[in-house]
Design a protein around this ligand. Sequence first.
Ligand code: PRP
Ligand code: MN
Ligand code: MG
Length: 186
Amino acid sequence: ISDVADDIERELVPRSQIDETINRVAAQVSKDYAGRDLLLVGVLKGAATTMVHFAEALSINVQMDYMSLSSYGSGTTSSGTVTVRQDLSTDVRGRDVLIVEDIIDSGITLAWLVDELKRRGAASVKVFALLDKPARHKIDIVPTYKGIVIPDEFVVGFGLDYAEKYRNLDSIAVLKPSVYSKETHA
Ligand code: PRP
Ligand code: MN
Ligand code: MG
């Protein structure tokens, strides 16, 4: 059992930039949804950390629910199919919904969720993604509220995992190649 820091190659996004981004978007969302009834949908597990910090930075009243979705196994590339591990407990019919995601990589997870919430009858579905990796998009998806654009590198921390580890790192970082080289390819 090693410390998180032992496996980190370098920090990619410092915590100060994460905080600035979340606060900037929260201020904008508080303006845009003033006087309305907003439901935040956090995508577990990766967006759990972003959701907490984003919600506390809002000045409006919101409701919060979570959906647990998975498209990555223990590797670094998407399986291409989205599995619902745990569904919302809220009926989204007629609701204004803002999805809170940690990262857009291929775009498959978000595109699926936007479609699904619309299918369930949401009045509006908007998206805040903390990180965006445009070089990897397989689906043309643009978040309503843009976060931080990052290069095509597999990142961990602030909720994001590699094989379920490193979610508790307090900023966003790249792992040492030796950590990934233990990956088994199917
Ligand atoms: C990761 C990440 C996003 C999604 C982005 O979730 O948290 O939800 O993949 O990738 P995509 O744009 O290629 O779909 P993951 O499936 O690893 O589940 P997790 O949030 O529980 O880690
Ligand atoms: Mn996720
Ligand atoms: Mg993951």
